[in-house]
Design a protein. Structure first.
Length: 365
Protein backbone atom coordinates (compact mmCIF):
# COMPACT_ATOMS: atom_id res chain seq x y z
CA UNK A 1 0.00 0.00 0.00
CA UNK A 2 1.37 3.41 -0.96
CA UNK A 3 2.08 5.87 1.83
CA UNK A 4 -0.22 8.65 2.94
CA UNK A 5 1.54 11.32 0.86
CA UNK A 6 -0.08 12.63 -2.30
CA UNK A 7 0.48 10.33 -5.27
CA UNK A 8 1.97 12.23 -8.21
CA UNK A 9 1.98 11.28 -11.84
CA UNK A 10 5.64 10.56 -12.59
CA UNK A 11 5.49 11.75 -16.19
CA UNK A 12 3.76 15.09 -15.64
CA UNK A 13 4.39 15.80 -11.97
CA UNK A 14 0.70 16.61 -11.41
CA UNK A 15 -1.34 15.19 -8.56
CA UNK A 16 -3.24 12.14 -9.84
CA UNK A 17 -6.93 11.74 -9.11
CA UNK A 18 -8.09 8.91 -6.88
CA UNK A 19 -11.23 6.81 -6.66
CA UNK A 20 -13.08 6.14 -3.43
CA UNK A 21 -14.96 2.93 -2.66
CA UNK A 22 -17.19 2.63 0.39
CA UNK A 23 -18.80 -0.37 2.07
CA UNK A 24 -21.71 1.07 4.06
CA UNK A 25 -23.19 -0.07 7.37
CA UNK A 26 -25.56 1.31 9.99
CA UNK A 27 -22.96 2.78 12.37
CA UNK A 28 -19.63 2.61 10.51
CA UNK A 29 -18.54 3.00 6.89
CA UNK A 30 -15.32 1.45 5.60
CA UNK A 31 -13.55 3.18 2.72
CA UNK A 32 -10.76 2.18 0.34
CA UNK A 33 -8.85 4.64 -1.87
CA UNK A 34 -7.38 3.52 -5.22
CA UNK A 35 -5.22 5.45 -7.63
CA UNK A 36 -5.90 5.65 -11.36
CA UNK A 37 -3.93 2.44 -11.90
CA UNK A 38 -5.99 0.49 -9.37
CA UNK A 39 -3.37 0.42 -6.64
CA UNK A 40 -4.66 0.59 -3.08
CA UNK A 41 -3.55 3.78 -1.34
CA UNK A 42 -5.39 3.54 1.96
CA UNK A 43 -8.11 1.88 4.01
CA UNK A 44 -9.97 3.46 6.92
CA UNK A 45 -13.33 3.44 8.70
CA UNK A 46 -15.42 6.35 9.95
CA UNK A 47 -18.65 6.70 11.96
CA UNK A 48 -21.90 7.49 10.12
CA UNK A 49 -22.06 11.09 11.31
CA UNK A 50 -21.42 14.47 9.71
CA UNK A 51 -17.98 14.62 11.34
CA UNK A 52 -17.33 11.08 10.13
CA UNK A 53 -18.22 12.00 6.54
CA UNK A 54 -15.95 15.06 6.69
CA UNK A 55 -13.13 12.92 8.07
CA UNK A 56 -13.62 10.31 5.33
CA UNK A 57 -13.42 12.91 2.58
CA UNK A 58 -10.42 14.66 4.15
CA UNK A 59 -8.47 11.42 4.45
CA UNK A 60 -9.34 10.43 0.89
CA UNK A 61 -8.25 13.83 -0.46
CA UNK A 62 -4.93 13.51 1.34
CA UNK A 63 -4.00 11.04 -1.43
CA UNK A 64 -5.18 13.37 -4.20
CA UNK A 65 -8.34 14.90 -5.69
CA UNK A 66 -11.28 12.48 -5.50
CA UNK A 67 -12.52 11.85 -9.03
CA UNK A 68 -15.52 9.73 -8.10
CA UNK A 69 -16.93 7.62 -5.28
CA UNK A 70 -18.50 4.19 -5.55
CA UNK A 71 -20.96 3.70 -2.69
CA UNK A 72 -23.13 0.73 -1.78
CA UNK A 73 -26.75 1.18 -0.65
CA UNK A 74 -27.05 4.88 -1.55
CA UNK A 75 -30.78 4.69 -0.82
CA UNK A 76 -30.37 3.29 2.70
CA UNK A 77 -27.18 3.00 4.76
CA UNK A 78 -25.19 5.12 2.30
CA UNK A 79 -27.78 7.88 1.84
CA UNK A 80 -26.17 10.33 4.28
CA UNK A 81 -22.68 9.88 2.85
CA UNK A 82 -23.95 10.17 -0.72
CA UNK A 83 -25.66 13.48 0.09
CA UNK A 84 -22.48 14.80 1.75
CA UNK A 85 -20.27 13.83 -1.20
CA UNK A 86 -22.65 15.39 -3.73
CA UNK A 87 -22.69 18.58 -1.67
CA UNK A 88 -18.90 18.60 -2.07
CA UNK A 89 -19.31 18.27 -5.87
CA UNK A 90 -18.01 14.70 -5.95
CA UNK A 91 -19.89 12.36 -8.32
CA UNK A 92 -21.42 9.37 -6.55
CA UNK A 93 -21.92 6.06 -8.36
CA UNK A 94 -24.31 3.36 -7.15
CA UNK A 95 -22.44 0.07 -6.74
CA UNK A 96 -24.17 -3.29 -6.55
CA UNK A 97 -23.26 -5.81 -3.89
CA UNK A 98 -20.79 -8.48 -5.08
CA UNK A 99 -22.29 -11.54 -6.74
CA UNK A 100 -22.26 -14.78 -4.81
CA UNK A 101 -19.84 -16.39 -7.26
CA UNK A 102 -17.37 -13.56 -6.67
CA UNK A 103 -17.67 -14.01 -2.91
CA UNK A 104 -16.76 -17.67 -3.24
CA UNK A 105 -13.62 -16.79 -5.19
CA UNK A 106 -12.40 -13.71 -3.31
CA UNK A 107 -13.91 -14.11 0.15
CA UNK A 108 -16.06 -11.66 2.10
CA UNK A 109 -14.95 -8.77 4.29
CA UNK A 110 -15.61 -5.03 4.54
CA UNK A 111 -12.24 -4.02 2.98
CA UNK A 112 -12.80 -6.46 0.11
CA UNK A 113 -16.30 -5.06 -0.54
CA UNK A 114 -15.08 -1.45 -0.39
CA UNK A 115 -12.21 -2.19 -2.78
CA UNK A 116 -14.61 -4.00 -5.12
CA UNK A 117 -16.80 -0.87 -5.14
CA UNK A 118 -13.86 1.32 -6.12
CA UNK A 119 -12.72 -1.12 -8.81
CA UNK A 120 -16.24 -1.26 -10.25
CA UNK A 121 -16.08 2.50 -10.74
CA UNK A 122 -12.62 2.30 -12.33
CA UNK A 123 -13.77 -0.45 -14.70
CA UNK A 124 -16.97 1.36 -15.63
CA UNK A 125 -19.07 -1.45 -14.18
CA UNK A 126 -20.96 0.60 -11.56
CA UNK A 127 -24.74 0.44 -11.71
CA UNK A 128 -24.90 4.16 -12.58
CA UNK A 129 -25.10 7.60 -11.05
CA UNK A 130 -26.87 7.41 -7.71
CA UNK A 131 -30.22 9.10 -7.13
CA UNK A 132 -29.78 12.49 -5.52
CA UNK A 133 -32.54 11.99 -2.93
CA UNK A 134 -32.83 15.71 -2.17
CA UNK A 135 -36.02 16.88 -3.86
CA UNK A 136 -39.73 16.25 -4.24
CA UNK A 137 -39.25 12.68 -5.45
CA UNK A 138 -37.53 11.77 -2.20
CA UNK A 139 -40.48 13.35 -0.35
CA UNK A 140 -42.83 11.23 -2.44
CA UNK A 141 -40.80 8.10 -1.67
CA UNK A 142 -40.99 8.71 2.08
CA UNK A 143 -44.75 9.36 2.09
CA UNK A 144 -45.43 6.45 -0.25
CA UNK A 145 -43.50 4.11 2.01
CA UNK A 146 -45.62 5.25 4.95
CA UNK A 147 -48.79 4.76 2.91
CA UNK A 148 -47.73 1.27 1.85
CA UNK A 149 -47.26 0.17 5.45
CA UNK A 150 -50.58 1.76 6.47
CA UNK A 151 -52.44 -0.05 3.67
CA UNK A 152 -50.81 -3.33 4.66
CA UNK A 153 -51.76 -2.82 8.31
CA UNK A 154 -55.34 -1.96 7.34
CA UNK A 155 -55.62 -5.15 5.28
CA UNK A 156 -54.37 -7.13 8.26
CA UNK A 157 -56.96 -5.43 10.47
CA UNK A 158 -59.74 -6.27 8.00
CA UNK A 159 -58.65 -9.91 7.89
CA UNK A 160 -58.52 -10.06 11.66
CA UNK A 161 -62.04 -8.65 11.93
CA UNK A 162 -63.35 -11.37 9.64
CA UNK A 163 -61.47 -13.96 11.68
CA UNK A 164 -63.11 -12.77 14.90
CA UNK A 165 -66.53 -13.06 13.24
CA UNK A 166 -65.82 -16.66 12.21
CA UNK A 167 -64.99 -17.71 15.77
CA UNK A 168 -67.51 -15.49 17.57
CA UNK A 169 -70.38 -16.95 19.64
CA UNK A 170 -73.30 -18.04 17.49
CA UNK A 171 -75.64 -15.11 18.19
CA UNK A 172 -72.96 -12.50 17.50
CA UNK A 173 -71.70 -14.36 14.45
CA UNK A 174 -75.23 -14.53 13.02
CA UNK A 175 -75.54 -10.72 13.30
CA UNK A 176 -72.20 -9.95 11.65
CA UNK A 177 -71.47 -12.71 9.15
CA UNK A 178 -73.34 -11.14 6.19
CA UNK A 179 -71.85 -7.65 6.62
CA UNK A 180 -69.31 -6.25 4.17
CA UNK A 181 -65.98 -5.13 5.59
CA UNK A 182 -67.04 -1.48 5.52
CA UNK A 183 -70.30 -2.13 7.38
CA UNK A 184 -68.60 -4.52 9.78
CA UNK A 185 -66.08 -1.82 10.72
CA UNK A 186 -68.88 0.70 11.30
CA UNK A 187 -70.87 -1.69 13.49
CA UNK A 188 -67.90 -3.08 15.41
CA UNK A 189 -66.43 0.35 16.14
CA UNK A 190 -69.63 1.28 18.02
CA UNK A 191 -69.99 -1.86 20.09
CA UNK A 192 -70.39 -1.54 23.86
CA UNK A 193 -68.90 -4.63 25.49
CA UNK A 194 -69.10 -3.16 28.98
CA UNK A 195 -66.37 -2.59 31.53
CA UNK A 196 -66.30 -6.10 32.95
CA UNK A 197 -65.48 -8.76 30.37
CA UNK A 198 -67.15 -11.69 32.08
CA UNK A 199 -67.86 -13.92 29.07
CA UNK A 200 -66.56 -14.80 25.58
CA UNK A 201 -69.09 -12.62 23.77
CA UNK A 202 -68.08 -9.50 25.72
CA UNK A 203 -64.39 -10.18 25.08
CA UNK A 204 -65.08 -10.73 21.38
CA UNK A 205 -66.97 -7.44 21.15
CA UNK A 206 -64.10 -5.66 22.87
CA UNK A 207 -61.62 -7.15 20.40
CA UNK A 208 -63.84 -6.31 17.43
CA UNK A 209 -64.20 -2.70 18.57
CA UNK A 210 -60.44 -2.36 19.10
CA UNK A 211 -59.53 -3.66 15.64
CA UNK A 212 -62.35 -1.72 13.94
CA UNK A 213 -61.17 1.56 15.47
CA UNK A 214 -57.64 0.72 14.36
CA UNK A 215 -59.00 0.19 10.84
CA UNK A 216 -60.72 3.58 10.92
CA UNK A 217 -57.58 5.31 12.19
CA UNK A 218 -55.52 3.73 9.42
CA UNK A 219 -58.10 4.80 6.83
CA UNK A 220 -57.80 8.40 8.02
CA UNK A 221 -54.01 8.14 7.89
CA UNK A 222 -54.12 6.80 4.33
CA UNK A 223 -56.48 9.60 3.27
CA UNK A 224 -54.12 12.23 4.71
CA UNK A 225 -51.15 10.68 2.93
CA UNK A 226 -53.11 10.54 -0.34
CA UNK A 227 -53.77 14.29 -0.16
CA UNK A 228 -50.07 15.03 0.28
CA UNK A 229 -49.04 12.58 -2.43
CA UNK A 230 -51.54 14.05 -4.91
CA UNK A 231 -50.11 17.51 -4.27
CA UNK A 232 -46.45 16.48 -4.50
CA UNK A 233 -46.87 14.42 -7.66
CA UNK A 234 -48.82 17.25 -9.32
CA UNK A 235 -46.03 19.68 -8.41
CA UNK A 236 -43.22 17.31 -9.42
CA UNK A 237 -44.52 16.36 -12.86
CA UNK A 238 -47.83 17.96 -13.86
CA UNK A 239 -47.38 16.95 -17.51
CA UNK A 240 -46.93 13.30 -16.52
CA UNK A 241 -50.31 12.95 -14.82
CA UNK A 242 -51.95 14.70 -17.76
CA UNK A 243 -50.99 11.80 -20.04
CA UNK A 244 -53.69 9.18 -20.74
CA UNK A 245 -54.10 6.46 -18.10
CA UNK A 246 -51.41 7.87 -15.77
CA UNK A 247 -52.72 8.73 -12.34
CA UNK A 248 -50.99 9.64 -9.10
CA UNK A 249 -49.96 6.10 -8.21
CA UNK A 250 -48.38 5.24 -11.57
CA UNK A 251 -46.77 8.67 -11.82
CA UNK A 252 -45.27 8.27 -8.34
CA UNK A 253 -43.87 4.84 -9.28
CA UNK A 254 -42.21 6.20 -12.41
CA UNK A 255 -40.87 9.24 -10.58
CA UNK A 256 -39.32 7.01 -7.91
CA UNK A 257 -37.69 4.94 -10.64
CA UNK A 258 -35.75 7.88 -12.07
CA UNK A 259 -35.28 9.84 -8.83
CA UNK A 260 -34.82 13.58 -8.46
CA UNK A 261 -32.18 13.59 -11.21
CA UNK A 262 -33.56 11.75 -14.28
CA UNK A 263 -30.76 13.19 -16.40
CA UNK A 264 -28.48 10.63 -14.74
CA UNK A 265 -29.96 7.98 -17.06
CA UNK A 266 -28.52 9.66 -20.14
CA UNK A 267 -31.12 8.54 -22.67
CA UNK A 268 -34.62 7.16 -23.01
CA UNK A 269 -33.08 3.79 -23.90
CA UNK A 270 -31.49 3.71 -20.44
CA UNK A 271 -34.86 4.48 -18.88
CA UNK A 272 -36.51 1.71 -20.90
CA UNK A 273 -33.82 -0.72 -19.75
CA UNK A 274 -34.29 0.40 -16.15
CA UNK A 275 -38.02 -0.33 -16.47
CA UNK A 276 -37.39 -3.72 -18.08
CA UNK A 277 -39.16 -2.89 -21.34
CA UNK A 278 -36.15 -2.88 -23.67
CA UNK A 279 -35.62 -6.10 -25.66
CA UNK A 280 -32.45 -8.04 -24.87
CA UNK A 281 -30.39 -9.30 -27.81
CA UNK A 282 -30.10 -13.10 -27.87
CA UNK A 283 -28.44 -13.69 -31.24
CA UNK A 284 -26.05 -16.53 -32.05
CA UNK A 285 -24.45 -17.38 -35.36
CA UNK A 286 -26.90 -16.82 -38.20
CA UNK A 287 -29.83 -16.47 -35.81
CA UNK A 288 -30.62 -12.85 -35.01
CA UNK A 289 -33.33 -12.41 -32.39
CA UNK A 290 -34.29 -10.55 -29.23
CA UNK A 291 -35.90 -11.88 -26.08
CA UNK A 292 -38.07 -10.41 -23.35
CA UNK A 293 -36.23 -8.36 -20.74
CA UNK A 294 -37.04 -9.85 -17.33
CA UNK A 295 -34.80 -7.45 -15.44
CA UNK A 296 -35.17 -3.83 -14.46
CA UNK A 297 -37.42 -2.26 -11.86
CA UNK A 298 -40.46 -4.51 -11.65
CA UNK A 299 -42.67 -1.86 -10.02
CA UNK A 300 -42.01 0.47 -12.94
CA UNK A 301 -42.59 -2.40 -15.37
CA UNK A 302 -45.92 -3.15 -13.72
CA UNK A 303 -46.93 0.54 -13.90
CA UNK A 304 -46.15 0.66 -17.63
CA UNK A 305 -48.07 -2.59 -18.15
CA UNK A 306 -51.19 -1.27 -16.43
CA UNK A 307 -50.97 2.01 -18.33
CA UNK A 308 -50.76 -0.02 -21.53
CA UNK A 309 -53.79 -2.16 -20.61
CA UNK A 310 -55.95 0.89 -19.88
CA UNK A 311 -54.87 2.74 -23.02
CA UNK A 312 -55.71 -0.28 -25.16
CA UNK A 313 -59.23 -0.03 -23.81
CA UNK A 314 -59.94 3.71 -23.73
CA UNK A 315 -57.36 5.58 -25.84
CA UNK A 316 -58.38 5.92 -29.47
CA UNK A 317 -54.85 6.42 -30.78
CA UNK A 318 -53.68 3.25 -29.01
CA UNK A 319 -56.67 1.28 -30.27
CA UNK A 320 -55.86 2.26 -33.86
CA UNK A 321 -52.25 1.14 -33.34
CA UNK A 322 -53.40 -2.20 -31.91
CA UNK A 323 -55.72 -2.76 -34.87
CA UNK A 324 -52.96 -1.99 -37.38
CA UNK A 325 -50.40 -4.25 -35.68
CA UNK A 326 -52.97 -7.03 -35.33
CA UNK A 327 -53.60 -6.86 -39.06
CA UNK A 328 -49.84 -7.30 -39.56
CA UNK A 329 -50.02 -10.61 -37.71
CA UNK A 330 -48.65 -9.49 -34.33
CA UNK A 331 -49.98 -11.18 -31.19
CA UNK A 332 -51.49 -9.24 -28.33
CA UNK A 333 -48.42 -9.94 -26.19
CA UNK A 334 -46.04 -8.65 -28.88
CA UNK A 335 -48.16 -5.53 -29.35
CA UNK A 336 -48.11 -4.82 -25.61
CA UNK A 337 -44.32 -5.12 -25.54
CA UNK A 338 -44.08 -2.51 -28.29
CA UNK A 339 -46.57 -0.23 -26.56
CA UNK A 340 -44.74 -0.41 -23.24
CA UNK A 341 -41.55 0.66 -25.02
CA UNK A 342 -43.35 3.61 -26.62
CA UNK A 343 -44.89 4.63 -23.30
CA UNK A 344 -41.46 4.50 -21.65
CA UNK A 345 -40.12 6.86 -24.32
CA UNK A 346 -43.05 9.24 -23.83
CA UNK A 347 -42.68 9.22 -20.04
CA UNK A 348 -38.93 9.81 -20.16
CA UNK A 349 -39.29 12.83 -22.44
CA UNK A 350 -41.86 14.34 -20.10
CA UNK A 351 -39.67 13.77 -17.05
CA UNK A 352 -36.57 15.26 -18.67
CA UNK A 353 -38.46 18.26 -20.00
CA UNK A 354 -39.65 18.96 -16.45
CA UNK A 355 -36.15 18.76 -14.94
CA UNK A 356 -34.34 21.61 -13.27
CA UNK A 357 -30.77 21.51 -11.90
CA UNK A 358 -32.09 20.60 -8.46
CA UNK A 359 -35.43 18.86 -8.71
CA UNK A 360 -38.26 17.81 -10.96
CA UNK A 361 -41.22 20.04 -11.55
CA UNK A 362 -39.54 23.47 -11.16
CA UNK A 363 -39.16 25.70 -14.18
CA UNK A 364 -35.61 26.69 -15.14
CA UNK A 365 -36.73 30.09 -16.37
Amino acid sequence: MIGNEEYRNESSGTVAEVVLGVDTHLDVHLAVVLDHLGRRLGTFSVPTTKNGYESLLARAESFGPVRCAGVEETSSYGAGLARHLRAMAIPVMEVERPKRRHLRRKGKSDPIDAEAAARAVLAGEAAGVAKSGDGRVEMIRTLRSARHSAVKARSQAANQLQGFVVTAPEELRHRLRELTTKKLVTVAARMRPGKDLDDVEAATKFALRSVARRYEALSREIAELDVQLDRLVAEAAPELISLPAIGTDHAATLLLTVGDNPERLGSEASFASLCGVSPVEASSGKVVRHRLNRGGNRDANRALHLICVVRMRIDERTRRYVARRTAEGKSRREIMRCLKRYIAREVYRVLVSATSPTQIGVSTT
